[in-house]
Write a protein of this length. Structure first.
Lengths: 109, 115
């Protein structure tokens, strides 16, 4: 059983579409991070959210931390082929990072 | 900036053999993490060090796994003897310190295949 459940696991969309990826847990996290991983490489940090209800924007990406700090979402507007990759959420639990299984996103031109 | 360096990038070995994975953290970083990534279990923390001292090895799956950090610029993860279920991508990451205020930078990983 994963402490952090991500959905969907796989997502294939056309360029220009919008999408939302979810990261849910029954546990409360002091903070949560989102990473993007490309094939053959390690994950790269996109954002850290700390406060319940917090919203952060990174160009076309919008990240939200749930009010109860148990869940988070990543919304991409007008997806581009360059957004293709594995998106991972990770929660801080006692100083250690716990990762979700990831969402494999494919954006077709 | 060279980033976190891992070697080898790919390792293929037979069951029962000893495997040693190597990591050079980013210069100046004093925290180092070893992760394992598989399709079934995702990305899991195995062990982490702070100032070359192991802090938490609760993620190390079995006694067959061991990790050392003899100095601030080098760490190894050893599997002896290796088993097919150890096949995975192993990542090393480093940061300036512990806690989410200190971003972890990941290496490119070592893809291990145990036949």
């Amino acid at each position: 059983t994963q402490l952090l459940e991500q959905s969907p696991q796989f997502l294939s969309i056309q360029e220009g579409e919008n999408l939302t990826v979810y990261c849910n847990s029954s546990s409360v996290f002091s903070s949560l991070q989102w990473y993007r991983q490309e094939p053959g490489e390690g994950p790269v940090l996109l954002v850290t959210v700390v406060t319940g209800g917090e919203v952060k924007k990174l160009k076309r990406l919008t990240f939200q931390f749930g009010d109860a700090r148990k869940d988070s979402s990543l919304h991409i507007t007008a997806a581009q082929p360059g957004d293709t990759g594995l998106y991972l959420c990770a929660g801080d639990l006692g100083g250690k990072l716990i990762f979700g299984q990831g969402t494999e996103l494919s954006v077709k031109p | 900036d060279a980033g976190v360096i891992q070697s080898p990038r790919h390792e293929v070995t037979e069951m029962g053999q000893e495997v040693t994975l190597r990591c050079k953290p980013i210069s100046g970083h004093n925290s180092l993490f070893w992760y394992r990534q598989t399709m079934m279990r995702g990305l899991e923390l195995l062990i982490y060090f702070n100032n070359n001292v192991p802090i938490d090895d609760s993620g190390m799956p079995e006694d067959r796994f061991s990790a050392k950090m003899p100095n601030a610029s080098f760490s190894t993860l050893k599997i002896q003897p290796s088993e097919p279920r150890d096949s995975a991508v192993y990542f090393c990451a480093s940061s300036f310190g512990l806690g989410l205020n200190n971003e972890q930078f990941f290496g490119p990983g070592t893809r291990l295949t145990v036949l």
